[in-house]
Design a protein around this ligand. Structure first.
Ligand code: NDP
Length: 474
C-alpha cells in the first residue's frame, strides 16, 4: 500500500514537472520565434510578450490549445496588406504614402479595428495594435475579430481638400479588402469624423452601396450616438469600477489626462461630470497644467480648438493664463515638477509612461490608472504599478468602450434602427462593468486575484482560443 502511494506521488511530481516544462516551452518558443523573425518590429514584440507571459496558466489547463497550436497561430495575422497611396497636394505635386490593413484574427467575428494616420505608423505599430485588438474585441462580449490599419500620412497642417484626396486614394485600395461582414475599420489617431466621412463617401461611390463598412460615421449617415464619447467615457467607467472595489469613487479626485484628442476630451468630460478635477492635458507640442481645473466651459474651448480650429494646446494656456511646458510630455512634466494627482488617464499614444514616470506618479499619490490609449505604459512602468498594488486598468480592457460602441453601431446598421443616447450609454456602462468582472474572474481563476493585466489577457484569449479550436486548422 505504502509502495503504491510512493509510486503515485513520484508520478505526480514527474507529471507536474513535465507540465511546467510544457508551459515554459510553449510560451518561450512562441516569444523567441517572434523575437527572431520580427526583430525589426519592437512594438509588436512588446505586445506579444506582454500577452503571452500572462497566458502561462492557460497552457496547463487547456492541453487542447497546445495540441491545436493556438499559441503559435494567434501571433500570426491572417493576412497583412501593405499598399502605395499616391495623391496630389494643393500645389499639384504628387505625394506618396504607405498604407496598411492587417487582418489579424476573425475567429469570433469580422475583423474590426481602427485606422491610424500618423507619421510614426509602420508595420510594427499596426501589428501591435491589431494583435491587442483581438483580445479587446473578445472582452467586449460582441462578435468582432481583430484588425488594424493606417498610414504614415500626417493630417496635421493639411487642408481639408488634401485630407479628402488622401482619404480617397487610401480607400481606392482598401475598399477591395473590407466589407460589412468581412472587415469593418473605424478611427484612431489622426482619423476622426472628417476622415471617416471622406473614406465612407468614397467607398459608397466605388461599391455603389450604403452599408456599415466603417464605424464612427456621422449621425446623419449611419453613425451611432455616443460613439465619439465611447472610448473616453468607457475608460472612466472602468476606473469607476476599479475604484468601487476599494469603496472609492472619482468624486473630488485630481486627475491627469494625456493628449487632447478624441479619447482625452471625453475622458476629461466624464471625470468632471463624476465630480473629479482634471488639471492637465497635452498634445505633441507640449503640456498644460491648470491647477484650477479644466471645467466644462474650458473643455468646450479645447474641443473647438482641437476639432474645428485644429490648433495647438499652448493656445489654451494663452487664453486661460495657466502653465505651458513647450515640447514636454505630460508625464515628464509631472515628475520634474512633483505635481500630485490621484488618478491618471493616459490617452495619447504608446509607451508614454516610462519607469521613472511611473515611480514618480506613485510617489506623488496616484493610485488609479486607466488606459484610454493603447499600450501607453512601458513594461517597466507596469511592473512599478503592480509592485505598488495600485489600481491599474490596461488599455485592452479600459479602452474597449470605443470598439464596443462601434459594435453597437454595426448592430444598429444591420437593424436599420437608431438607439437613443441614453440606450447606447447604458449599454456601454453595462459592457464596461462586464469587462471589469470578466477580468477579475479570470484573474481569480487563473492568476492573481485583482491583477487586471492577466485577467484581461486571459479572459479575452479564452473565447478566441476555444473558437479557433472549434473552427479547425484554418
Ligand atoms: P486623436 O488623434 O484624436 O488624439 C491623439 C492625441 O494624442 C492628440 O492630442 C495628439 O497630439 C496626441 N499624440 C498622438 N501621438 C503623439 C505622440 N507621438 N507624442 C505626443 N502626443 C501624441 O487620437 P485618439 O484620441 O483617437 O487616440 C488616442 C489613443 O487612444 C491612441 O493610443 C489610440 O490607439 C487609442 N484608442 C482610440 C480609440 C478611439 O475610439 N479613438 C479606441 C481605443 C483606443 P497632436 O494633436 O499634437 O497630434
Amino acid at each position: 500500500m505504502s509502495n503504491t502511494t510512493t509510486l503515485d506521488t513520484s508520478k505526480t511530481k514527474d507529471s507536474d514537472t513535465n507540465q511546467k516544462e510544457l508551459v515554459n516551452m510553449t510560451i518561450k518558443q512562441v516569444i523567441s520565434k517572434i523575437e527572431q523573425q520580427y526583430s525589426h518590429q519592437p512594438e509588436f514584440i512588446q505586445a506579444v510578450k506582454e500577452v503571452m507571459e500572462t497566458l502561462e496558466p492557460t497552457v496547463e489547463k487547456h492541453p487542447e490549445f497546445v495540441k491545436a497550436k493556438i499559441y503559435e497561430r494567434i501571433v500570426e495575422p491572417d493576412r497583412a496588406v501593405s499598399f502605395r497611396v499616391p495623391w496630389v497636394d494643393d500645389k499639384g505635386e504628387v505625394q506618396v504614402n504607405r498604407g496598411w490593413r492587417i487582418e489579424f484574427n476573425s475567429a469570433i467575428g469580422p475583423y474590426k479595428g481602427g485606422l491610424r494616420f500618423h507619421p510614426s505608423v509602420n508595420e510594427s505599430i499596426i501589428k501591435f495594435l491589431g494583435f491587442e485588438q483581438i483580445f479587446k474585441n473578445s472582452l467586449t462580449t460582441l462578435p468582432m475579430g481583430g484588425g488594424k490599419g493606417g498610414s504614415d500620412f500626417d493630417p496635421k497642417g493639411k487642408s481639408d481638400n488634401e485630407v479628402m484626396r488622401f482619404a480617397q486614394a487610401f480607400m481606392r485600395e482598401l475598399y477591395r479588402h473590407i466589407g460589412p461582414d468581412t472587415d469593418v475599420p473605424a478611427g484612431d489617431i489622426g482619423v476622426g469624423g472628417r476622415e471617416i466621412g471622406y473614406m465612407f463617401g468614397y467607398y459608397k461611390k466605388l461599391r455603389n452601396e450604403h452599408t456599415g463598412v466603417l464605424t464612427g460615421k456621422g449621425i446623419n449617415w449611419g453613425g451611432s450616438l455616443i460613439r465619439p464619447e465611447a472610448t473616453g467615457y468607457g475608460s472612466v467607467y472602468f476606473a469607476q469600477e476599479m475604484l468601487a472595489t476599494r469603496n472609492d469613487s472619482l468624486k473630488d479626485k485630481v486627475a491627469i489626462v494625456s493628449g487632447s484628442g478624441n479619447v482625452a476630451q471625453f475622458t476629461a468630460e466624464k471625470v468632471t461630470q463624476l465630480g473629479g478635477k482634471v488639471i492637465g492635458l497635452s498634445d505633441s507640442s507640449g503640456t498644460i497644467i491648470d491647477e484650477d481645473g479644466i471645467n466644462p466651459e474650458k473643455l468646450e474651448y479645447v474641443m473647438n480648438l482641437k476639432n474645428v480650429k485644429r490648433g495647438r494646446i499652448n493656445e489654451y494656456a494663452a487664453k486661460y493664463g495657466c502653465k505651458f511646458f513647450p515640447g514636454k510630455g505630460i508625464w515628464d512634466v509631472l515628475r520634474e515638477n512633483n505635481i500630485k494627482c490621484d488618478a491618471a488617464f493616459p490617452s495619447a499614444t504608446q509607451n508614454e509612461i516610462s519607469k521613472e514616470n511611473a515611480e514618480s506618479l506613485i510617489k506623488n499619490g496616484c493610485f488609479c490608472i486607466s488606459e484610454g490609449a493603447n499600450m501607453p505604459s512601458t513594461p517597466e512602468a507596469i511592473e512599478v504599478y503592480q509592485k505598488a498594488k495600485i489600481l491599474y486598468g490596461p488599455g485592452k480592457a479600459a479602452n474597449a468602450g470605443g470598439v464596443a460602441v462601434s459594435g453597437l453601431e454595426m448592430s444598429q446598421n444591420s437593424l436599420r434602427l437608431s438607439w437613443t443616447r441614453e440606450e447606447v450609454d447604458q449599454k456601454l456602462q453595462k459592457i464596461m462593468k462586464d469587462i471589469h468582472s470578466a477580468c477579475l474572474d479570470a484573474s481569480k481563476n487563473y492568476a492573481t486575484e485583482g491583477d487586471y493585466v492577466s485577467g484581461a489577457n486571459i479572459a479575452g484569449f479564452l473565447k478566441v482560443a476555444k473558437s479557433m479550436v472549434d473552427l479547425g486548422v484554418v
